[in-house]
Write a protein that binds this ligand. Structure first.
Ligand code: URA
Length: 431
């Protein structure tokens, strides 16, 4: 291991065998944390070339269980978002693309900190259950074309260990390590093809377009090298996506999109991501044709039908699709009002995420319990004109003691005199 650390420190490439040896040794505990953290830091400064990135990805993907989706007919296209506030696209996208025959076998996670998780959001549907074994998962996808499960088993233990180590040794932000980390999880989850939504802006992991593009390109290049067709879009996270933040509220917004309603930004993002998924799954001759097909299944009600079947198949009450009063309701609805007139120039997505967490919609630590009914609705978004006294945000709260949250919202909203256009939603596509 010392030789490998020195080799990387001096900027020399590691071979496939060396990377495999390293990942295996670290996973089984033969290589101690201090040596692995030295290697991670050497990678931070010296980077990995494209071959090394691909080898690291595959070694980590193969370090534990791998989900075998071979019994599912068709091309399994996975979608991954690098995370943000109010991102409920998976929930709307899954039935949309499944309605066109694309098999959606989605493994999702729970929320932590200022970002939410798809599993928590789905559990806001009374009865909905994401715990299942792989056989049930596979048979649900074959039957209904869609299932969403929580991450089970021992998936990518090397990544789990290395990510935790990087977190406390200053090497999280190494592009090669981030890209390999994300791609290893997608590959271990059984994806044949991958559509990535790399967020950019204040609420995103990558704050600048330059860094977001570099991460997207790094992941796309890994995908190509390891034989998984991959593309990425770079989408805005300079403000939260849509209007709803909080579990039950976000599900309702996702349902609206499936029914042809909902905020324009959520709908557009779903159409863009969905059309690439449908195209990759070879269900449409072009991305443009796929988009039209998605609009059709929204308009003719097929997507809504698939959504109901999907909810019922996982134990949820499908009537929520038609009757939002079935969702648990927060006790208090409290308006946070503008104290000045002007134009909304920015909304700090991170702070809105923290506000929702403080209302009880998210977890500060993994052990925290969350309240699925609470959250907030952004009544004004960037570019909107506001008058003094207009409601900026409606809180859905379990208590009237919301001073801290209200302060956070006022801090998050920048209202000024500059005419500000709504931000660009999709900056670019990366192949
Ligand atoms: N997200 C991941 O999954 N891995 C990283 O390394 C960083 C962000």
């Amino acid at each position: 291991m010392v030789d490998l650390i020195e080799k990387k420190r001096d900027g020399l490439p590691l071979t496939k065998e060396e990377i495999e040896w390293c990942v295996a040794g670290y996973t089984n505990g033969e290589i101690p944390d201090y040596q692995m953290s030295a290697l991670a830091m050497a990678i931070y400064f010296q980077d990995l070339n494209e071959d090394e990135r691909a080898e690291l990805t595959m070694s980590m993907a193969e370090s534990g269980d791998q989900i075998d989706l071979s019994q599912i007919e068709g091309i399994k296209v996975d979608k991954h978002s690098t995370g943000g506030v109010g991102d409920k696209t998976t929930i709307a996208l899954a039935p949309l693309v499944a309605a066109l025959g694309v098999p959606v076998a989605k493994m999702s996670g729970r929320g932590l900190g200022h970002t939410g998780g798809t599993i928590d959001k789905l559990e806001a549907i009374p009865g909905f259950d994401c715990e299942m074994d792989t056989d049930t998962f596979v048979s649900l996808v074959n039957k209904n074309k869609v299932a969403v499960a929580g991450q089970t088993g021992n998936l990518t233990p090397a990544d789990k260990k290395l990510y935790a180590l990087r977190d406390v040794t200053g090497s999280v932000n190494a592009m090669a390590l981030i890209a390999s980390s994300i791609m290893s999880k997608k590959i271990a989850s059984g994806a044949d093809a991958i559509v990535l939504d790399v967020k950019t802006g204040s609420g995103a992991f990558m704050k600048t377009l330059e860094d977001s593009t570099a991460l997207a390109q790094a992941m796309v290049n890994i995908g190509d090298r390891v034989g998984r067709q991959t593309m990425a879009i770079i989408s805005d996270m300079s403000q939260p996506l849509g209007k709803a933040v909080g579990n039950a509220l976000e599900i309702q917004e996702a349902i609206d999109v499936v029914k042809g309603k909902g905020p324009d930004d959520v709908r557009e993002l779903c159409l863009v991501l969905g059309s690439h998924m449908v195209y990759f799954a070879k269900k449409a001759p072009s991305v443009e044709a796929a988009r039209q097909m998605l609009i059709e299944v929204i308009e003719n009600g097929k997507a809504e039908e698939v959504l109901k079947t999907f909810i019922a198949a996982q134990g949820g009450n499908p009537n929520v699709v038609d009757d939002p009063t079935i969702f648990a309701q927060a006790q208090h609805k409290i308006a946070v009002k503008a104290t000045t007139a002007g134009t909304v120039e920015s909304i700090a997505a991170n702070q809105i995420g923290v506000a929702a967490m403080k209302l009880g919609a998210g977890r500060a630590t993994k052990e925290d319990e969350i309240d699925l009914s609470v959250g907030l609705i952004l009544e004004k978004k960037v570019g909107d004109r506001v008058e003094k006294g207009d409601t900026l945000v409606t809180l859905h709260a379990s208590t009237m003691q919301v001073d801290e949250v209200t302060d956070l919202i006022h801090e998050a909203y920048k209202i000024g005199t500059h005419d500000t256009p709504a931000p660009t939603l999709i900056y670019k596509e990366v192949y």
